[in-house]
Ligand binder design. Sequence first.
Ligand SMILES: [Zn+2]
Length: 261
Amino acid sequence: MILKIVCSCWVFFYLWQDVGEHVAARTVKQEEGHAHKVHCSRERSRAAWQAIEEYLMPFVEREQYQISSKCRLHPSNDLFRDQEEHKIHVDINEWKCGYCKKHFRAEKYLDQHFDNRHYNLLNISDGKCLADLCGALHCDFMMDSKSTKTKCNPAAVAKNRHLCESLADSCFPLNQGPSASRLHELFLHQFCDAHTCSGKRNLFPKGGKKTTSVFYLAISILTMMMIPLFYLIVYLHQSEMRKGTQELRRISKVGKKTKPS
Ligand SMILES: [Zn+2]
């Protein structure tokens, strides 16, 4: 009973509050009791997913290749995927939970909310932590592309390269036809070749998602906006000219009328 009253008090309290940080903070405070520890970094999993999305998926889509669920890069093998897909970025400082529609001022509060309130939706099982593949997928670069290069550790580099090559083998098996073979080659080139201490580390040499389309879109929208403006200027100019000739005519008429008198 007491719990019920407390709950309804909370509901009223929320109704009276604006969307904001303090709401998120209180929500987290209230939910702290339910906190559940998952031994997989959400941030690093997100960085790994970004690397896959940006530097691998455009090529996979071009080949129309279906990644097997046995491959650790498959979306079903990312325990945070479902939650990440339930993030709604409403505005710069407004995030919404896709499960319960609660609003938050920053992504980190939504992350905390997911950890506390929706942890039961996490797909927790072995081998589903995408962050475990960070060594192979260059997550550090994804998280901070300006990071100063630390001293190369040959043992760590060899380990990452091995992990990277095993991903290429399991995700794009060479006996699965020409598309798989091409993607296997591409994956090695794009992700694995940079795991070296000798020579220049060339990260993602094949490039990523094309951003030029956004540029072209902006240009075409601008052009579309300029066309009516151009016609408006021409119209105004012409009507100005017409006015000018009419006035001239009037003046000349007046001039003619006054002439005989
Ligand atoms: Zn929620």
